[in-house]
Design a protein. Sequence first.
Lengths: 322, 478
Amino acid sequence: MTATAPSPTGTVEDLADAVASTSTLRRFLHGLPGVDQVGVEARAAGLATRSVKTTAKQFALDLAVRMVDLTTLEGQDTPGKVRALCAKGRRPDPTDPSCPAVAAICVYGDMVETAVDALDGSDVKVAAVATAFPSGRAPLDIKLEDVRAAVDAGADEIDMVIDRGAFLAGRYLDVHDEIVATKEACGDAHLKVILETGELATYDNVRRASWLAMLAGADVIKTSTGKVSPAATLPVTLVMLEAVRDFRGQTGRLVGVKAAGGIRAAKDAVRYLVMVNETCGDDWLTPDAFRFGASSLLNDLLMQRQKLATGRYAGPDYFTLD
Amino acid sequence: MPTFEYAPAPESSAIVDIQPSYGLFIDGEMVDPIDGSRFKTVNPATEEVLSEVAAAGPRDVDRAVTAARAAYQSTWSQLPGRERGKYLFRLARLVQERARELAVLESIDNGKPIRESRDVDLPLVAAHFFYYAGWADKLGYAGVGPDPRPLGVAAQVIPWNFPLLMLAWKIAPALAAGNTVVLKPAETTPLTALAFADICRQADLPPGVANILTGAGETGQALVEHPGVDKVAFTGSTEVGRAIARSVAGSRKKVTLELGGKAANVVFDDAPIDQAVEGIVNGIFFNQGHVCCAGSRLLVQESIADELLDRLKRRLATLRLGDPLDKNTDIGAINSSAQLDRIRELSHAGELEGAERWSPPCDLPDRGWWFPPTVFTGVTQAHRIAREEIFGPVLSVLTFRTPAEALEKANNTPYGLSAGVWTDKGSRILWMAQRLRAGVVWANTFNRFDPTSPFGGYKESGYGREGGRHGLEAYLDV
């Protein structure tokens, strides 16, 4: 049994008034129902006790592989490393043709061309982080130029960061307008908005930032850059899943969620999928609507897949390090 | 597109060893009942007979009380508190060591989901023994006087909804305070109490300190009316509680009663709504609603009533009903066919009185006793389903406009065991908590238990407190 979405009660246009001015936006965001910290953490912990075995595990592991945004965001990234990552993304387990490809390869803007070349002919997308990732501290025109450069180089998806300083100072409209401008600069590319929940301090803020990003046109809301600790957690992701579910209910528009950073074990990935399943339902159980931003997670997924198929664990040396 | 269906994930029952028949645990030994009568205990999820247990008659009760008296006089009341504490710590550790076995046994005999017996019941059982073990040598500091004395022999009668947990609530404080006990588990759920008898032997608890008599209502009656008993502790229905109060009236016996409830779960319009939905679900569907402090009346502020109900219904559609031993089951079996009949009867009355009944699409297994999670809307204070304790997975929804109206409706019940308040406003929580006539008031949560916190009722929900320092006082002469 899974949660099903009821027919929407309105459209995105109905919420246009909310972003008319600083005060209306503030009133709207602060009028959202609160989040009780103890309650949301208890619910996430409760869902994490679901036992996913045999066929369900097989389904979840394959789905998780298809949802991975295989990521490298290091100063020391080289074209060679990016090409290796792309090869891995296309065929994560060369010994098993039934293993699906990942959703996307996520790189810095200057590596987009390399990745696009390496992924030519595959369905794997290229995602680029932009807008002065990870801090977001640059003038707006430079951020937008960053986005346009990545899109021109062929990026299918842009992962932007919000201005947390402006958000925490209550300048919600500034954050909103920046997302709108970035969305415009993206053109046809999908926009993922990174909330950097580790810096937002409260679950109430996570819910507000989620709605703010959705009102501004985000295609996906994403937990973290991976550069700040804590990154993705189950309760934070639960609050975001509730937000996209409610936004869908109110406007009919489906916004995706990406949990990024700190998810290393296949077991954890399965817990996220259980949470998606029981909070949002089937419509979010696709790579279009839910992603994992991760690097080492993929190898553990592959290891568990193989274990499930053969009944034995292979050593870590049998999986490529990228 | 395939959906994410959880494959069966049953907890293995191989860990439990249920004997074909059990005797009575008297004076440290399993003995046959004197008149030899026996009854069957059944797995409510399959209706399969699990074992035959002894029905203790009046002479068995006499034997047990005599053994408890002898143990009280010769050993237990003579032991220093520190030594009693050692035994209790040992019991606590043995419960933890055998937690998985006890959890599986509890789910088999009671019908509750393994997720709950594993994650709620058993950890709390161990916590109660650990908590009261710590008090055993500190009774003079419990705030009930400088040198409190034990009462003697305690007769304890417990219900079937949390068999082992209720045993722990009764036995742990009684033994810590220096009393000896004769405990009667419920007729339908004797197996974990009998497993506990084995734990007492494993712990080398001196014979006669804890005695366990299985049986039905007559056994319980004979036990509480026995003249050799100094203290009566009962958890169960208000009806039986009344009978016990009558039967011990005028005697020297000290009594604590923990009876029924019809708790109000009050949700204000500024509540954290998703967590309130979880709290409502946990309040009434935890343990199939077989909880005396269940939040069986939902009072919701009318401005958010529709939205809250939509969210609640969507959430209820994700509840998984079925095999109690499956680790993903949320709603298990109803404990007995008699209880199922009562739930059906009251639900039917709710429909006849004009309330609107709703359940999520939910397949019930062919065998066993089951009832789907059920919500009644359009309920008024006059309806039976708003007044009588259903003790099943049935929620009655009422609305209110002002805090004063919420308070009035919440208190307008003969019961007063628990209540819940959901709001983001701290001052309103305090305002409500001061005025709600209920022994426990939960704020932005529900059905949370802790051995350090006293628990008990107002009005027809009983008297006396269990848990915390207050729970010790119930077993001490102060």
